[in-house]
Structures are given as structure tokens and as C-alpha cells.
Write a protein that binds this ligand. Structure first.
Ligand code: ATP
Ligand code: MG
Length: 341
């Protein structure tokens, strides 16, 4: 399915399951996060034009994506931005924190949103802002209070709450209805939530109730995030938390094969240019996944291992026009270059 076209399909027809299906084409696994994001984006669209449903004002629910490194947080949001029918911009909290002029940076971010909306201020005011690396705002030990990380959060708080921000000399943008999605790896959060269990909801014996309580207890609480430098006001403004899971070896194999632009597909296309068919056995994918799993950086190391495996092939193919097919049975064996007659 291609990204549904804004002009062709009325916005109300883009249901949460359609958004999730689109995400499925590029992002493997992470079903919980996909559901939460799809529902949030769907609700965000639906709200337009009627901020009051049945006389009740519908508040937006900004989202926090939490998950280990290399498991798809940035990828999910980038993919979402392609299907979103509202202007979508991304920013990086680390670079905001490095800037001397945080407010100017934020103005520039909102200006980009306006540019994405082709200058239509009403459309821009319904946009989505994605802020990545939000867990990297922690002040390092020697620094004073009120340093960069906190300044960034205060500046962001203002626009998350809804503010009128001047853009240039003539225009102002109202940020009340802009949806904010933040993401961060929050390394070590698992152990923080685990130790906090006992202080959460009190356990009971009844097993069904126990399940609900377990779920509530395992929720990430705003207080868990303080250790990462998030100030209470900021953590409190991200009410929806979506957790991404560690990628299993099976998921790592699927990541190399299944997405539309998977590594396997990319290299098959590269070799096709030279008239060569590439075939890699499942066993080889599993070996790569096992190696990548040990590196503990999610799917990030897959490409490196994959390219290393293919390097001898890519080196030889241009000099060997008679080769028509390359077969790789194992990561630990030489690739077979076949001349088909
Ligand atoms: N669930 C997934 N499905 C498909 N590809 C994935 C998935 N997770 C990661 N990848 C691959 O790994 C790369 C890195 O993932 P991504 O940038 O989304 O990580 P991240 O969760 O944002 O990590 P970090 O916390 O380090 O920023 C992606 O470009 C993609 O190629
Ligand atoms: Mg990322």
C-alpha cells in the first residue's frame, strides 16, 4: 500500500488500522507502539474542525516513545511522517540543548512546520512535532542548575502547553493543537521501573485483577523519568507512553528481509543492475541476527555485518560479467558465484 494520498482519500477514512498497516510495511514488530501511535494520529486528525465533542473539549495526548537503542523509534516516526496528512517536522533534543539560542531554534522549528504547510497557518497549527533523543537532556555532574537541558525543556513546555509564537515580523502561530511526540532510549529504565513495582499499586491475590495491577505497575511513571533529567512539568505533559521492545533474533531476521526497503531488497536491486541475482539462505540471515543480537544495538549492526559479508561479491562482480547468480549459504563460507549457461 502506498501512502494514501491526501487529495484522494477523505481524512476521516484513514483509520487507525490503516495507519498501522502502513507502518507494518517498514517497521517490523513493535505492535503496541504502532497501535498507540495510530490511535493518537487518528484522534489528532478527527479533532480538527470540532475541538468540542458533545460540548466536551478534547485535549491532545502528547506521546513519549521509550525503547532500547536501534529498535525503531526514529524509524516509526519517520514512517509516520510520510503518511501523516498534516505537516510533520522533527527536531533533536541534543542539538537544541547545544544551541545558545533555544527559543530561536524552536521558532525555526515552527517556521519549518509552516513551510511544510505551504504557508497555510491553520494547517500548520494542526501539525505534528517529533522531538528525538529526549533522554539526552540530563545535566552532566559539574554543570549548574538551569543549564541547557532544563532550558530546552522549559522552552518546549511553553509550546506544548499552547502558546502564540511570533514567526518573523508578521505571523504568529498558535501551538495549542500541535501534537508532540517525543522519543528516547532511556537506558536503564527497565531496572528503575522494576525496583519501583512494590511502591505502585498494591497487589491482590485474585489472578485477573493481578494482571491488571501488573500492567499498571509496569507502566512508566513520570517519576521514573526524573533520573534522566526530565523535569516534572515536562514528564507530566507526555501522558501517553509507548514502549518499544528489544528485538529478538527472529525479528532481526525479518528486519533484513521483510520491509519494502529491507537490506536484502536493497542489495538484490544493486546486483540486479549488473544482471546478477542474489540469493541468501535463511541460515545465513540467522547467523547475522545472532551476531547482531550480541552487539546489543538493536537492528543497527545488521547493515555492517551484511555489507561485510557481501564485500567480496561487490568487489568481484564488475570484473566478472559471466556471473549470473550469487548464492550465500552461510556467513562463514565463501559466496558462490554461479555462471548460468
Ligand atoms: N522494528 C524495526 N523494523 C525495521 N527496521 C528497524 C526496526 N528497528 C530498527 N530498524 C533498523 O535500524 C535502524 C535504526 O533504528 P532507529 O533509528 O529507529 O533506532 P532508535 O530506536 O531510534 O534508536 P536510538 O535510541 O539509538 O535513536 C533503522 O534505520 C532501521 O533500518
Ligand atoms: Mg533514534
Amino acid at each position: 500500500m502506498d501512502a494514501p494520498n491526501a487529495q484522494q482519500t477523505p481524512a476521516k477514512k484513514l483509520t487507525p488500522s490503516m495507519i498501522a498497516n502502513y507502518l507494518d510495511q517498514y517497521v517490523v514488530g513493535q505492535d503496541d507502539a504502532k497501535k498507540i501511535l495510530s490511535v493518537a494520529v487518528y484522534s489528532h486528525y478527527r479533532k480538527f474542525g470540532k475541538r468540542q465533542l458533545g460540548g466536551v473539549e478534547i485535549a491532545k495526548s502528547n506521546i513519549l516513545l521509550i525503547g532500547p537503542t536501534g529498535t525503531g523509534k526514529t524509524l516509526l516516526c519517520e514512517t509516520l511522517s510520510r503518511i501523516a496528512r498534516v505537516p510533520f517536522v522533527t527536531a533533536n533534543a541534543t542539538s537544541l540543548a547545544q544551541s545558545k539560542y533555544v527559543n530561536e531554534e524552536i521558532e525555526a522549528l515552527l517556521q519549518r512546520l509552516l513551510d511544510k504547510a505551504a504557508g497555510d497557518i491553520v494547517h500548520a497549527q494542526r501539525g505534528i512535532v517529533f522531538i528525538d533523543e529526549i533522554d539526552k537532556l540530563k545535566t552532566s555532574d559539574g554543570e549548574q542548575r538551569g543549564t541547557s537541558g532544563e532550558r530546552v525543556q522549559h522552552a518546549l513546555l511553553k509550546i506544548m502547553e499552547g502558546a502564540s509564537v511570533r514567526l518573523g515580523s508578521t505571523q504568529t502561530i498558535d501551538t495549542t493543537d500541535i501534537l508532540f511526540i517525543c522519543a528516547g532510549a532511556f537506558v536503564g529504565l527497565d531496572s528503575i521501573t522494576a525496583t519501583n513495582h512494590a511502591f505502585g499499586f498494591i497487589s491482590v491475590d485474585d489472578s485477573d485483577n493481578q494482571k491488571v495491577l501488573d500492567r499498571l505497575n509496569s507502566r512508566v511513571k513520570p517519576t521514573d523519568l526524573f533520573k534522566f533529567g526530565l523535569i516534572p512539568e515536562f514528564a507530566g505533559r507526555l501522558p501517553v507512553v509507548a514502549n518499544l521492545q528489544h528485538l529478538s533474533k527472529e525479528l532481526l531476521v525479518r528486519i533484513m528481509i521483510e520491509p519494502r526497503n529491507s537490506i536484502y531488497n536493497q542489495f538484490r536491486e544493486v546486483l540486479k543492475e549488473d544482471g546478477v541475482e542474489l540469493e541468501i539462505a535463511h541460515a545465513a540471515f540467522l547467523q547475522i541476527a545472532e551476531m547482531a543480537f550480541e552487539y546489543k544495538v538493536g537492528a543497527r549492526s545488521l547493515r555492517g555485518i551484511f555489507e561485510e559479508m557481501l564485500a567480496p561479491v561487490l568487489f568481484q562482480i564488475p570484473d566478472r560479467p559471466e556471473v549470473r547468480k550469487v548464492v550465500i549459504e552461510s556467513l562463514y563460507e565463501e559466496p558462490q558465484l554461479l555462471v548460468v549457461v
